[in-house]
Each structure stands twice: as structure tokens, then as C-alpha cells.
Design a protein around this ligand. Structure first.
Ligand code: NDP
Ligand code: MG
Length: 393
């Protein structure tokens, strides 16, 4: 990079990934001009961030919170805005680099807008690729814009492929910590509580992805994310349970060699790699002492403990809008678990039933990859999953 400042925006600035991104930006503030910061309910934190980084505009997704945000920014000259239209407008402001770190399918549209305006999109929001991988990647290509992976496993694969020929790749292995219930007896999983599912053994993340790690819905989304981002045959993608979360991914080549990416479980590594790419710059993350760690373990995941992985394989085989349906049904099932309406193992059952019911609708599943069709499939997935929950499974 030249000495010029880079214009950046962060969608989902108040979340775990958003905060880690701002932590890196804040270490070299003169290098960046912050255009938009967005959040949801956490208005106080959003206003604080906007003031600290002198953002052009701060946006909350919730229209009802606009006055509060305006008050918190009074006298600063920073614009306050709210709602989906405002989020969209903020994403249309040209930037060099934007972080997509909203949680859920709601992250898709701002990402598409950034790409349409030629910005580099650092993508933490894996749901964008699960719901609309072909649309997102085609939008990037049409506008000569780049999508850089931020999910730790995908950043690891991306780094493992530097200078390599994708045709020489025989397998891509993404690792999974196994989440909060890795070592629980199977018959106790149905009774797992929200508190138990919300604490991760290795990573400090937002609540939703932490629960998705315990159920492996997170890894299921990441299988689909791998297929969509790297364009590889699903049969080449594997998941390995690796309790230490230090090897994030392994790329296996046609000569039998395997490149493993090893790093501390700190998202600032993957965020920093995407921020400085194609350069590597020093990052404030722990340096691992492998001798002190001593052992790295790997084991195959169980389809019984983690039905989400089997469902992801079915979704990859079906293609089309089934990713959007899968993700939407998962979001509703997760809402149900968080609200205490359904149990931990019911989440998989709800998603499977929603997929079964909707896969018969070939018009829906095999519609062209437009934003309207993705929205329709997302909506059908939500409604169907909610009906299944309301009917008592
Ligand atoms: P958090 O829940 O911590 O943060 C989510 C962010 O999105 C917050 O800023 C939140 O606002 C905002 N938000 C929530 N709902 C909406 C909505 N409907 N519309 C607009 N904004 C919304 O999530 P994480 O930071 O953990 O995760 C963000 C994304 O990154 C997810 O896609 C996740 O899968 C992915 N990811 C996260 C990792 C991690 O380590 N955390 C690792 C790899 C990927 P507010 O809090 O103000 O309500
Ligand atoms: Mg990940």
C-alpha cells in the first residue's frame, strides 16, 4: 500500500468480529478513513466507536433506535441513520475495504452493495456464501471487486493456496473444535441448556456462532462456504475435530503433500490478513509455543452427534436455493433454542424437516440466483421452520 489513507466501512461493528477489526484499525488510525460503522441494538457502543474513529456515518439496523443514536452523536457532525434503507445507502458509499460482520442472512445485501461499488469485501459473514454464493461471487467478478475470506478456516485455506494451482488440490480439510459439548455423553445433549451451549472452549465469539459451534451448524455452514468460495467438489472437503483449535485448515495436494495452517485462536490473525492482503504485516496476536503445547489431536466427527454435517452435504448436493433455505431454517431453529422453545438437539430436526418439505418445490429450489429469489427462499425457510416449531415438531 502507498502512504495514502484507506477508506473503510465495517458492517456489524459492534459485534465480536467488528470489535476485533476496530482493534486493529485503532492501532494505526492515521492509515484509515472510516466511512460507515453499523450496528444493531447496541447504540451506546456504536456511538462510542463512531466518535473514536470519527466515522462519516453510523447506522443502526433498527429504525426505532434512530433518535437514541442521534442524541448520542449530537454535536459531533457524524451522521446518524437507521433501518435497512440506511444500511443499504451506507454500503453504497465507495470504500477501498469493507468488513462484512453482520450475523445471519442480513449480512448479504450490504456485502453485495460494497462489491457493486468496487470495494474489497472482507467476508466474515459466512451466511452470504451459504445463501447466495454464486450471486456474491458473480457480483464480485462483474464489478472487478474482490472477496477475501475472514472465517479462520477459509483464511487458512486461502493462505495455503498462495502460489498453488487449485487443480492440484485433492482435498481441503477444515478443522472444528467440537464446541462446548465435544466430550458430553450423547444422551445428555438433548438437555443442554442455553448457558452451557453459549460458552466455547477455545474461541471468544458472538453468542449465535458459539451455539452453532456446539451443534456444528457452524461447521456445516463452513463446508458450504468452502465449496462456494473455492469452487471445489464437495467430495474433496473434509471436517476433522481438532480440540486445540490451532490447526485451522489443511490443504492436501496431488503429490501427497499437505499444507497445514497453524495459528492462535484469535480472529485478529484472519482479519489482519484480509486487511493487509496481499502483504503480511505484524499483528498483535500470541506467538505459539508448540513445545509447551506438546500435542495436537485430530479425530473424525460423528454424524450422530452432529447431524448438521450430514445436512450440509445434502444441501451441497442439491445446490440452488437449498443453502438459503438451510440457513434460514437454522436461524429460526437457533432463535427457538435461545428463546427456550425447543431443545438443543431439536435444532437439527427442525432444519431437516424444513429442508425435506421445501426440497419438493423444485421451482423454489432451482430458481435463478437473483437477490429476489434468494430472499424468497430465505423467507420460505423461515416460515416453514417456524411452522414446524409451532406445531411442536
Ligand atoms: P456478533 O453477534 O458478535 O455481532 C453481530 C453484529 O451484527 C453486531 O454488530 C450486531 O449489532 C449486528 N447485527 C445483528 N443482527 C443484525 C441485523 N439483523 N441487521 C444488521 N445488523 C445486525 O457476531 P460475530 O461478530 O460473532 O459474527 C459476525 C459474523 O462473522 C457472523 O456471520 C459469524 O458467523 C462470522 N464469524 C464470526 C467469528 C467470531 O469469532 N466471532 C469467526 C468466524 C466467522 P448489535 O450487537 O449492536 O445488536
Ligand atoms: Mg470458522
Amino acid at each position: 500500500m502507498s502512504g495514502d489513507t484507506r477508506k473503510i466501512s465495517i458492517f456489524g461493528a459492534t459485534g465480536s468480529i467488528g470489535e476485533s477489526t476496530l482493534d486493529l484499525i485503532g492501532r494505526d488510525p492515521q492509515a484509515y478513513e472510516v466511512v460507515a460503522l453499523t450496528g444493531g441494538h447496541n447504540i451506546a457502543r456504536l456511538a462510542e466507536q463512531a466518535r473514536q474513529f470519527n466515522a462519516q456515518v453510523a447506522v443502526t439496523a433498527h429504525e426505532s433506535r434512530l433518535d437514541e443514536l442521534r442524541d448520542a452523536l449530537a454535536g459531533t457532525g457524524i451522521e446518524a441513520a437507521a433501518g435497512q434503507g440506511a444500511l443499504d445507502e451506507a454500503a453504497c458509499r465507495p470504500v477501498d475495504w469493507a468488513m462484512s460482520a453482520i450475523v445471519g442472512a442480513a449480512g448479504l445485501e450490504p456485502g453485495l452493495r460494497v462489491l457493486e461499488h468496487h470495494g474489497t469485501l472482507a467476508l466474515a459473514n459466512k451466511e452470504s456464501l451459504v445463501c447466495a454464493g454464486p450471486l456474491l461471487m458473480a457480483t464480485a467478478q462483474a464489478h472487478h471487486a474482490r472477496v477475501l475470506p475472514v472465517d479462520s478456516e477459509h483464511s487458512a485455506v486461502f493462505q495455503g493456496l498462495v502460489g498453488e494451482d487449485i487443480d492440484a488440490v485433492e482435498r481441503i480439510i477444515i478443522t472444528a473444535s467440537g464446541g462446548a459439548f465435544r466430550d458430553w455423553p450423547l444422551d445428555q445433549l438433548a438437555d443442554a441448556t442455553l448457558d452451557q451451549a453459549s460458552s466455547h472452549p477455545n474461541w471468544d465469539m458472538g453468542q449465535r456462532i458459539t451455539i452453532d459451534s456446539a451443534s456444528m451448524f457452524n461447521k456445516a455452514l463452513e463446508l458450504i462456504e468452502t465449496k462456494e468460495y473455492f469452487g471445489v467438489d464437495p467430495a474433496k472437503i473434509e471436517v476433522l475435530v481438532h480440540p486445540q483449535s490451532l490447526v485451522h485448515a489443511i490443504v492436501g495436494f496431488n503429490d501427497g503433500g499437505m499444507m497445514a495452517h497453524v495459528g492462535p485462536p484469535d480472529m485478529r490473525h484472519a482479519i489482519g490478513y484480509a486487511l493487509h492482503w496481499p502483504e503480511r504485516r505484524a499483528l498483535p496476536v500470541e506467538r505459539l509455543d508448540l513445545a509447551a503445547i506438546g500435542q495436537l489431536e485430530f479425530r473424525a466427527p460423528s454424524d450422530i452427534r452432529y447431524p448438521a454435517l450430514r445436512l450440509a452435504r445434502e444441501v451441497m448436493a442439491a445446490g440452488g436455493m437449498s443453502g438459503a433455505i438451510f440457513n434460514a431454517a437454522k436461524e429460526i431453529a437457533l432463535d427457538g433454542f435461545i428463546a427456550g422453545t425447543i431443545g438443543f438437539m431439536d435444532m437439527g430436526a427442525v432444519v431437516e424437516e424444513a429442508l425435506d418439505r421445501l426440497s419438493a418445490d423444485t421451482g423454489l429450489v432451482h430458481a435463478a440466483f437473483t437477490l429476489d429469489n434468494v430472499r424468497a427462499a430465505d423467507q420460505m425457510g423461515r416460515v416453514t421452520a417456524q411452522e414446524i416449531i409451532d406445531a411442536g415438531l
